[in-house]
Ligand binder design. Structure first.
Ligand SMILES: NC(=O)c1ccc[n+]([C@@H]2O[C@H](COP(=O)([O-])OP(=O)(O)OC[C@H]3O[C@@H](n4cnc5c(N)ncnc54)[C@H](O)[C@@H]3O)[C@@H](O)[C@H]2O)c1
Length: 263
């Protein structure tokens, strides 16, 4: 790849992918609303707000592929979600349409389906059940990906990320955890598979307890290698397993199902 755009480059996953994906492209174009530090030799830094249509149009110009991590990543009030995750995604897809349809990876979330119970096994074709405004905004992003694929042939990998942190932060995340190494490998597959289409992929490692069936994405050749079980003893020692009636034990979206609509 000549130029790969990473949005949300100042964030938790963006900082990891800035290092991991450097060999994948001649130039990394990094973007965020926050400070990203100095550009390294193969990098271009563009600070901009995803809600700014003109800025996003020039951000996307000249890019062969986009890893879209930018935006509000937790439950918040509607206004910031509207700007970054609704307007921002619209701006990104319109910019991609104007500039040759670079392949997009859209960082969606398990919070699109958070109200399913943990004893349900999900396939990507099951209806969304978002657990908050953040989850609703990710449903919107998935719908935009679908619209632009069907109308214009724009390819997007919709990755419903579970929990991509160094280690699971609680017992629920033993089911949702994805290692950075597995995520990096998945990104590589999505950018290099000859025909991507517009799949929904569960972003989860090869954990013993998973709620999500990824068989529809087998054509990507992605086989996650990590398993959260190695963290179970550490979690058991640190905290009690939540009561079986606790939202963390009942719902796939965990505690997000209990959040108020924030003002
Ligand atoms: N980390 C996870 O486990 C996880 C799980 C599910 C989904 N995701 C999704 O993956 C992406 C990255 O997650 P993360 O954990 O790195 O989140 P993060 O909050 O650390 O990073 C998001 C970045 O987006 C930037 N941003 C916010 N509003 C913006 C705007 N208006 N314009 C430009 N940039 C803006 C922030 O400054 C931040 O650096 C997010 O889209 C998130 O919803 C992450």
């Amino acid at each position: 790849m000549k130029r790969l755009l990473i949005t949300g480059a100042a964030g938790g996953l963006g900082r990891v992918m800035r290092d991991q994906l450097a060999p994948m492209a001649e130039i990394l174009r990094l973007s965020d609303i926050s400070d990203m530090g100095e550009a390294r030799p193969n990098e271009e830094i563009v600070q901009c707000d995803l809600g700014d249509e003109a800025a996003v149009a020039s951000l996307v110009e000249g890019c062969d592929a986009i890893l879209h991590l930018g935006g509000v990543s937790v439950e918040q009030a509607f206004e910031p979600i509207l700007n970054a995750n609704i307007r921002g995604v619209y701006n990104l897809y319109e910019a991609a349409r104007a500039h040759g349809h670079p392949r997009i990876i859209f960082a969606s979330s398990n919070h699109t389906i958070g109200f399913y119970k943990q004893d349900q096994k999900l396939t990507p074709d099951m209806p969304m059940q978002p657990d908050g405004l953040y989850g609703v905004s990710k449903c919107f992003g998935e719908a935009m990906a679908s619209l632009y694929f069907n109308k214009f042939g724009q390819e997007t990998a919709i990755i419903r990320i579970g929990s991509c942190f160094e280690e699971p932060l609680n017992h629920r995340m033993l089911s949702t955890w994805m290692s950075a190494a597995d995520f990096t490998d998945l990104i590589g597959r999505c950018f290099t598979v000859p025909r991507l289409g517009c799949p929904i992929i569960w972003g989860v490692s090869d954990n013993d307890t998973v709620w999500w069936d990824n068989s529809a994405a087998r054509y990507l050749g992605w086989r996650p290698k990590d398993n959260s079980e190695k963290f179970r003893a550490m979690l058991d020692a640190r905290e009690a397993v939540p009561d079986k009636d606790h939202p963390l034990s009942v719902y796939q979206g965990g505690i997000y199902t209990q959040d108020p609509i924030m003002k």
